[in-house]
Structures are given as structure tokens and as C-alpha cells.
Design a protein around this ligand. Structure first.
Ligand SMILES: Nc1ncnc2c1ncn2[C@@H]1O[C@H](COP(=O)(O)OP(=O)(O)OP(=O)(O)O)[C@@H](O)[C@H]1O
Length: 340
């Protein structure tokens, strides 16, 4: 059975409409008006044990609201959610023992006590057996490089140190599911790498299911076998990254390595279906972007080979970042493009 089951999940907020100016404020006091905002709109998906899934969408798409329903903080307006056999908002305590949560912007650690004592408190709160606790501390501190600041008070940690400590704390009780909201936000490349390695290791060792929201596409490419994309509360795509690229992007880039001096044409190559063209004389390379539905890479290559000496060439599919940006911008694809 799938570890996460979400069926037609919906959350509608009623939020006050605020009047403008002093008169509006007085009017609001007498007659408060509300508008409805459907933050999550009939979303359905299932996630299997051990999957690492990227839950993506632009700002305000409904990601945090979905996660809050999965962790049991919010009660859905309609639809169903079941996590490891439990309805989160009805069985909050049981659900909490099975999950780990990290919100990149907010820490769950106790500000004034050292990291090591926070971990001891976690052991007590989650009733973690001593042998498991020791094993996890050894493994996690090693992979995340926490030893150097184990005895430092949380408020004195840098952002990267604090995030590593947060991750460690969230995983000490061996949760079967981990929700990560922007876990690498604001971190340098070295710490990002450590965190990604850690997540992959825990996932491989323990079959931990990971649901990750991030705006960092390199997180997605390094970690996620599958992505779910939402926009305006609706699911737009559910599948693997390669499928995302092939279904949603027809753009490719061809890079030609040519002789510096011999490039001899006027640059008018739109008839080849090329949409973007740049020549870099310092490296002797030509970058050509085209829509593969309208252009033939072989014809482009042949055309250039007739006019200059081409030493080498490569073809690159669109970067996932570009594909996702295009999907975010194209809100009309919302329902039409939904893929299960
Ligand atoms: N408690 C609330 N009351 C009213 N509206 C809310 C509430 N929480 C969220 N919303 C609205 O629901 C929509 C979705 O918000 P949500 O925080 O889920 O988006 P998000 O995808 O997590 O965005 P971001 O990437 O910016 O964190 C937004 O329009 C937001 O203003």
C-alpha cells in the first residue's frame, strides 16, 4: 500500500477583505467581509515507500498548505489524506511519531541550549532506544559534519550549521517520512552538497520517504526521482524529470566548435528553425537554440559545415530549470497538461 495517499484534497481559506484608508478600517469594524481562497484544489496523488519526490510550484501555489495537511496541522476542507495508514489531523500524535519535518526558514531547535542537549531532549520526547540513538548520532554527525559544533548553543550557529543540526534532529527517531520545506535555502554549495549526500544516504539505508519543496532546481536534479508540480492549487504534472523534459520542452541547444576565423555568414538562420543564436569567438563556439518540432538538427549541422570548419558538436536538451519556469509561466497548461 502507498505510504502517502492523497485523494481530491482541497483547502479553502476564508480571509478578510480589508478596506483601504481610515474609512475602510472603520467599515471593516462594523461589517467584516470575507473572500474565499482555494489554496489546494482537488489534488490527488500517491507516494510509495522510499520515494524522493519534489513538490514544486511557484510562490503561492499551495505547497505549504498541502504539506500542512499532510503533517496534520491543517484540516482539509474536503478530500482525503492518509499517511502510513493514519489520517494526520485525526491522529496527530501517532502521525508525529512517524514523520520528520524541516522548515528551512524556521528552526525547531531550542535556541539557548547546545545542539547535543537538543538531541538528548529529542531522545526523551520520541522515546528513542539508546542503541538506535547512538547509532544515528554517529552516522548523522559523521555525514553532516556536526562534531565541531555539537556543544555550541543553537543561537550561535551559522545558518548552514543550524540547518544540519535541524536535519539531524528531525531524523533521530527514524521517521518513515520526512517533509522538507526549502532545506538548502541560503546555504553555500559545500553545505548543500553535504545535506544532499545525507538525504540520499538515509533514503538508501532506511527506505525513508522524502517529500521536498524547493525552488532550487539542482536539489531536484540531485535528489528527486519524481516531481509533482502544482500551480494555483491544481496539480499540473506528476512524473519523472526525464518525462517532464520530453513532455513539456521541445527546446534543444546545439553547440558547435568551429574555426575562429572562418565563420562566414550573415547570421540570418531563422529559416533553419533556430530561435536563438550566439557566437563566442574567444572559445570558437556557436550556441544555437531551436524547437525540435520545427527544426532538424542534421540540417542545421550540415548548413554550418558547408560554411565553416566544424571540429565538434554537442546537443543538449533543455535544462529542467527552464522547463519548470516555462510551465510556471504557462498557467493555461494547468489542467490540459496534467500527467499521471
Ligand atoms: N492561513 C491562511 N489564510 C488565508 N490564506 C492563506 C493561508 N495560508 C495560505 N494562504 C493562501 O493560500 C495560497 C497558497 O499558499 P501556500 O503558502 O500554500 O503557497 P506556497 O506554494 O507554499 O508558496 P511559497 O513558495 O511562497 O511558500 C496563497 O495565496 C496564500 O496567500
Amino acid at each position: 500500500m502507498s505510504i502517502i495517499q492523497v485523494d481530491q484534497l482541497t483547502k479553502t481559506f476564508h480571509r478578510p477583505i480589508r478596506g483601504t484608508g481610515a474609512l475602510g478600517a472603520i467599515r471593516d469594524l462594523i461589517n467584516r467581509r470575507y473572500e474565499e481562497k482555494t489554496a489546494v484544489d482537488r489534488i490527488s496523488f500517491t507516494i510509495e515507500r522510499g520515494e524522493i519526490v519534489g513538490y514544486l510550484g511557484p510562490n503561492g501555489a499551495g505547497k505549504s498548505t498541502s504539506i500542512k495537511m499532510l503533517v496534520g496541522i491543517l484540516v482539509p476542507t474536503s478530500g482525503e489524506v492518509r499517511v502510513d495508514g493514519v489520517i494526520p489531523y485525526k491522529n496527530r500524535k501517532e502521525n508525529a511519531s512517524k514523520i520528520g519535518v524541516v522548515f528551512g526558514q524556521r528552526s525547531q531547535l531550542w535556541w539557548d541550549i547546545p545542539v547535543s542537549e537538543t538531541f538528548e531532549l529529542m531522545k526523551y520526547m520520541y522515546n528513542i532506544p539508546t542503541a538506535d540513538f547512538k547509532r544515528n548520532i554517529e552516522l548523522f554527525t559523521d555525514v553532516l559534519g556536526i562534531q565541531d559544533f555539537m556543544h555550541v548553543a543553537v543561537r550561535q550557529l551559522s545558518l548552514g550549521q543550524r540547518m544540519r543540526a535541524d536535519l539531524c534532529a528531525a531524523l533521530l527517531h527514524n521517521p518513515s517520512i520526512v517533509y522538507l520545506d526549502e532545506p538548502t535555502i541560503g546555504l553555500d554549495v559545500v553545505v548543500k552538497k553535504k545535506i544532499r549526500e545525507f538525504l540520499l544516504e538515509v533514503n538508501a539505508l532506511r527506505q525513508t520517504t522524502i517529500l521536498l519543496t524547493t525552488h532550487d532546481m539542482s536539489d531536484v536534479e540531485k535528489l528527486c526521482s519524481r516531481v509533482i508540480i502544482i500551480n494555483n492549487g491544481r496539480k499540473m504534472f506528476d512524473g519523472d524529470l526525464e518525462r517532464l523534459k520530453s513532455d513539456y520542452s521541445a527546446d534543444e541547444t546545439m553547440i558547435l566548435h568551429v574555426d575562429h576565423d572562418e565563420i562566414g555568414f550573415d547570421g540570418n538562420i531563422s529559416h533553419l528553425g533556430v530561435t536563438d543564436f550566439t557566437y563566442h569567438p574567444e572559445s570558437g563556439s556557436i550556441l544555437l537554440r531551436y524547437d525540435k518540432r520545427h527544426a532538424k538538427p542534421a540540417s542545421i549541422l550540415a548548413w554550418f559545415m558547408e560554411r565553416t570548419v566544424v571540429h565538434d558538436f554537442e546537443i543538449k536538451p533543455a535544462e529542467v530549470e527552464d522547463v519548470i519556469r516555462d510551465i510556471y509561466q504557462d498557467s493555461t497548461s494547468c489542467e490540459l497538461g496534467e500527467v499521471q
